[in-house]
Write a protein that binds this ligand. Structure first.
Ligand SMILES: [Zn+2]
Length: 157
């Protein structure tokens, strides 16, 4: 938590790159659950992913590029409003993301084996990003009427 707080304080001091990354993360995950439908947001989402992958590849951030590529394809594996619209998915996926990233890192670095301690460390160090992911995703679920805060058309059927 301390590292996350430091990171957050860092962001508050006007680090625009961090704010930009946080904003991008929130937007990414608020659009993420509906990527299985052909739509204008979907097209723009994949244009942004394309640009992001080019950028990451150029900067040799291959781990992050792999993560983004795999993530972007996930919603296409299920039918519309499938697992991406479960209420627990944002929480499960954010933990799995940390675990997958640590798994790759451990394999690449040959520094030792996979450890959940490192996953916890990773999550603590990136807690603001995980929060951005969870907030963005739940924003989508709320707007979609998954929590029935707003009445939706579907309730009339
Ligand atoms: Zn949706």
């Amino acid at each position: 938590m301390a590292e996350g707080a430091v990171h957050f304080a860092y962001a508050e001091r006007g680090d625009y790159a961090t704010w930009g990354a946080l904003f991008a993360t929130t937007t990414f995950f608020s659009l993420f659950p509906d990527l299985d439908t052909a739509s204008v947001p979907q097209r723009w989402f994949f244009r942004c992913v394309f640009a992001l992958l080019l950028y990451l590849g150029w900067n040799e951030e291959y781990d992050l590029a792999t993560l983004v590529a795999i993530l972007s394809l996930l919603p296409l594996l299920d039918h519309h409003r499938g697992w991406t619209h479960w209420k627990v998915s944002p929480l499960i996926v954010s933990v799995l993301l940390g675990a997958a990233y640590e798994y790759w890192r451990a394999r690449h670095a040959f520094l030792g084996d996979f450890s959940w301690e490192n996953v916890q460390g990773l999550i603590r160090g990136h807690v603001v990003y995980l929060l951005a992911c969870i907030v963005g995703w739940y924003t989508h679920l709320v707007l979609d009427g998954r929590f029935r805060i707003f009445p939706t058309e579907r309730e009339h059927h």
